[in-house]
Design a protein around this ligand. Structure first.
Ligand SMILES: NC(=O)c1ccc[n+]([C@@H]2O[C@H](COP(=O)([O-])OP(=O)(O)OC[C@H]3O[C@@H](n4cnc5c(N)ncnc54)[C@H](O)[C@@H]3O)[C@@H](O)[C@H]2O)c1
Ligand SMILES: N[C@H](C(=O)O)[C@H](O)COP(=O)(O)O
Length: 342
């Protein structure tokens, strides 16, 4: 790597029993046709070789270091081996793999923070086997925030955004039971989320004055308080505070009518009050092209929008499109950031 060139992207292998290993192999196989930027996998060489045989892909795999990965990329899939081994049993997740799955994410963060990688792309994890092995974070987003805080000593507010070609959405509350959502929504969290989204859209996505549409929580955004008071007591004050801070936020809007084609033209991102309010529209519009991006971190992180797809793992039919979009977006965000660095 020359002194001025940016390092490659790091990709954590994710759940080994899912489709992560095979979409990595498929994406690498299409690297030339798709003009993919260089990446390396934090994973297990034997697992990847076994999955390649299983799905009938002839992929040369080379164990390497982050520093040598970009050079290796055109001829072989570069793999930086983990200390913990992973087994190839498609469709059958096991807590025995949890240590390696978590190691890959942790090492990816270290590589990005040390400048060995330009950004981190994560392949999907299944949360349950990790929880069964004692993992204490709801998902990547929260774990990455924790790792960022450990590394920098500063509070990190990791914010999930799903970014598709026609729609970006942000869940203000994320991985929590629906019955707890109303009780945990508060003005401060909505404001802080809006500030991070506005800042990162401006700096990382090069959208100078982002427009944020803010959803209500209740049917018809509460119908003037008749169907719930969170809009009056929490969401509208948060929107006013965001506007007072110079952010072009508006709402609360009825969530059922804010995602149609004409409405989407009015904003750059929609702040939604809970997970499925945000993720259903964007995954429905463009499941194969949407990317999960974490905002608010001191590094770039993207991921495909889909999960581990255990039902098709090992069959060789998983589409690599969302992973490809995640790799491309991570490269674009890293390049935008480099342009802004004096
Ligand atoms: N980024 C992540 O780590 C992430 C994201 C979402 C879900 N998950 C996890 O994944 C697990 C399974 O979740 P799920 O079943 O709700 O969603 P899923 O996205 O894994 O699967 C939903 C449906 O879409 C299909 N599908 C998904 N990706 C595909 C692809 N690339 N090509 C073709 N078909 C594809 C699957 O076969 C399945 O029928 C859960 O444990 C969840 O927590 C992880
Ligand atoms: N909520 C995400 C989704 O459904 O797409 C998914 O669970 C991934 O979240 P993390 O990136 O935090 O693991």
């Amino acid at each position: 790597m020359s002194g001025n060139s940016s390092p490659p992207l790091a990709v954590s292998i994710g759940e080994p029993a899912g489709i992560g290993p095979e979409i990595l192999l498929t994406a690498w196989s299409a690297r030339k046709a798709l003009a993919l930027p260089a990446f390396y996998v934090l994973g297990d060489t034997e697992l990847l070789a076994a999955r390649a045989r299983r799905v009938g892909l002839d992929v040369p795999i080379r164990e390497t270091t982050p520093e040598s990965a970009a050079e290796a990329f055109s001829a072989a899939l570069p793999v930086v081996p983990l200390e913990n081994r992973l087994s190839d049993v498609p469709g059958a997740p096991s807590p025995a793999n949890a240590t390696g799955v978590i190691e890959a994410i942790r090492r990816g963060v270290q590589d990005v923070l040390c400048g060995r990688a330009a950004g981190l792309v994560t392949c999907p994890i299944a949360k349950k086997p990790l929880y069964d092995a004692g993992f204490e974070h709801p998902g990547h987003t929260e774990y990455l925030g924790h790792l960022a805080e450990q590394a920098t000593g500063q509070p990190a507010n990791a914010v999930m955004m799903l970014a598709g070609p026609e729609l970006r959405t942000v869940p203000v509350t994320v991985h929590q039971a629906l019955e707890t959502v109303a009780g945990s929504l508060n003005q401060e969290t909505i404001e802080r989320t809006g500030e991070i989204v506005a800042r990162d859209l401006a700096t990382r996505f090069a959208i100078p004055s982002p427009r944020l549409a803010v959803a209500g929580l209740n049917p018809h955004a509460g119908e003037g308080g008749a169907m719930g008071r969170q809009e009056i007591e929490i969401i509208a004050p948060a929107v006013r505070a965001l506007r007072a801070a110079g952010i072009n936020a508006f709402g609360p809007l009825p969530a059922d009518t804010m995602f149609h084609a004409a409405a989407r033209k009015n904003y750059d991102a929609a702040l939604c009050m809970y997970h499925d309010q945000a993720l259903i529209p964007v995954k429905t519009l463009a499941f194969d092209e949407t990317v999960n991006v974490t905002l608010g971190l001191p590094f770039i992180r993207t991921s495909p929008d889909h999960g581990t797809a255990f039902d098709i793992a090992g069959k060789g039919i998983a589409r690599p499109d969302s992973l490809v979009a995640a790799i491309r977006l991570a490269r674009l965000l890293a390049d935008n950031e480099r342009k802004q660095t004096p």
